[in-house]
Write a protein that binds this ligand. Structure first.
Ligand code: XMP
Length: 513
């Protein structure tokens, strides 16, 4: 049976993968391709629908990205979004020009009752706009299906030709009824059945990896985080013992984390793979001794990681493939994914230059974090691993202000474990993007059992964020904070004070270093 698919053609907008993800949320498989994908290639894929993304250009300028007008004659439903809508208007004889008034942000849009795209959508609905150009006049054969006071064509359509366009972005969260509109497009216009599930992604990826890798050898740097764990399990299901996972325990992991990772991926765990755990804590502590500057610490940890991994890889010998748990946000953060090597640097600090391999495979490259978690659940990975919060590559090294010492590592591990335990006990983790304990470099005077103390202050941090680019300090219940703080000073030797970080990002960052 042929798989239903919607294709997103990328015209350089920032939300292109988000569109694909929203379509997948409608249970329709969706992939993003460059706008240069040929008509032949498009036809070969037999898509049920095509979506043109936004982009930063002006559709009427000759140097702007464009597409052959023949695409509108294929009989395949097309939805143009923002630049995509302007391009459709421009190519089909409408007028696109600089808008007298640009619209940015949440905007009230009036929609037409007659449009199938706006079925069950409120007549006045909040949409996300971000444009300086606009469609001044829709092409012949099109009707205007939405307007704003300053945008005469906020949406247009030619239902006979199955062509639809919106000036606003239905894919972003701020468009209140955007999912309804996309769902109308895929179900009511494209007539999709909606039979795609994360289980299909998992099965298809395992099959694709099996085919690609054949009898080759695969190496994976496993951190125990969600992404590399899901990538490793996918590969183990695909090629079993042809996969070797190297887990470098740099001694800067959370309390018991190394053993937890080993319990799942090691010989006692449920997966059929080769697992190598390298206990390299002392090497890292030695290298970090006396170093206080945050960037220098990060660099040392990154470099030592490469060195340890390289030594293990050399023992294994030449491998054919290196698996990376790169996910879509990594691709964006490291410069729109122009090169696989850049991303591997982002994730593991520059590994591939040193390891003898033929190709990188990145099975999760198209997925967002919550989709990766869903894939992990589909694969039967334990919930505590799948729902794990993000943890930085340099680990506790950047949650220990100043010099890293074994004593400080112990303090931060114990304090953090108490904090996480109490948050879990209180069910206070809802809505938190990340929460952890850090050890400040401050010692201060306290009194315990009539004795003077001069000990460290631990800082607790909890932030609400969905993208980790900006964050607000969470308003944790006082009872939780006071319980955590009293447990930490009572149970963790060397701490006599607990502080709560109330700063957002910006101006602070989420991590302390
Ligand atoms: P900041 O501290 O920049 O953190 O606000 C934003 C998010 O990124 C994580 N982070 C890192 N992740 N390697 C990583 O893999 C790193 O060097 C690193 N530094 C910060 C941080 O935990 C938060 O989720």
């Amino acid at each position: 049976m042929e798989k239903e698919c919607v294709i997103v053609l990328d015209f350089g907008g920032q939300y292109n993968q988000l569109i694909a993800r929203r379509v997948r949320e409608c249970h329709v498989y969706c992939e993003v391709h460059p706008n240069t994908l040929s008509l032949e290639e498009i036809k070969k894929r037999n898509p049920k629908g095509i979506i043109f993304t936004g982009g930063p250009n002006s559709a009427y300028l000759p140097e702007s990205p464009t597409i052959s007008k023949e695409i509108f004659e294929l009989g395949i439903p097309i939805l143009g979004i923002c630049y995509g809508s302007q391009l459709m208007a421009h190519l089909l004889g409408g007028t696109v020009s600089t808008a007298p008034t640009s619209e940015y942000g949440k905007t009230e849009v009036t929609t037409s009752r007659d449009s199938v795209l706006f079925q069950d959508v409120s007549r006045t609905t909040v949409c996300w706009m971000s444009h300086t150009d606009y469609i001044a006049e829709a092409p012949e054969g099109f009707t205007v299906s939405a307007t704003t006071p300053v945008c005469p064509v906020a949406a247009m359509e030619n239902p006979d030709k199955k062509l639809y366009a919106t000036q606003f972005h239905p894919e972003v969260m701020h468009t209140a009824e955007g999912m309804k509109m996309l769902s109308n497009f895929v179900y009511k216009v494209c007539r999709c059945k909606g039979d795609w599930q994360m289980s299909s992604f998992v099965e298809d990826t395992i099959e694709a990896m099996r085919k690609k890798i054949g009898s080759g050898k695969v190496l994976c740097a496993l951190s125990g985080g969600v992404d590399s764990s899901v990538a490793a399990v996918l590969l183990s299901k695909a090629v079993g013992k042809q996969l070797t996972c190297v887990f470098v325990d740099h001694g800067l992991l959370r309390k018991n984390e190394g053993d937890e990772v080993e319990a799942v991926f090691g010989p006692e765990g449920p997966y059929d793979l080769n697992f190598i755990r390298v206990n390299a804590a002392q090497r890292f502590y030695d290298k970090l001794a006396g170093v206080t500057e945050p960037e220098e610490k990060r660099k040392i940890i990154g470099e030592e990681f490469i060195r340890v991994f390289e030594e293990e890889a050399k023992k294994i010998g030449a491998v054919d493939y290196l698996v990376q748990g790169t996910i879509y946000p990594d691709v964006i953060e490291s410069g729109l994914g122009k090169s696989a090597v850049i991303k591997s640097h982002h994730n593991v600090g520059g590994l591939p230059d040193y390891v003898d391999f033929r190709e990188i495979v990145e099975p999760l490259r198209l997925l967002f974090k919550d989709e990766v978690r869903a894939a992990g659940r589909e694969l039967g990975i334990p919930e505590y691993l799948v729902s794990r919060q993000p943890f930085p590559g340099p680990g506790l090294g950047i949650r220990i202000i100043g010099e890293v010492t074994e004593e400080k590592v112990r303090i931060v591990q114990d304090a953090d474990a108490i904090y996480r335990e109490e948050i879990a006990n209180a069910g206070a983790d809802k809505g938190l993007g990340q929460y952890f304990a850090a050890i400040t470099n401050m010692r201060s005077v306290g009194v315990m059992g009539d004795e003077r103390t001069y000990d460290y202050a631990v800082a607790l941090r909890a932030v609400c964020t969905s993208d980790f680019m900006t964050a607000e300090a969470a308003q944790l219940p006082w009872e939780v904070l006071s319980k955590v703080s009293s447990r930490i000073v009572n149970e963790v030797k060397g701490v006599n004070r607990v502080l709560y970080d109330c700063t957002g990002k910006p101006p602070a960052t989420i991590e302390f270093e």
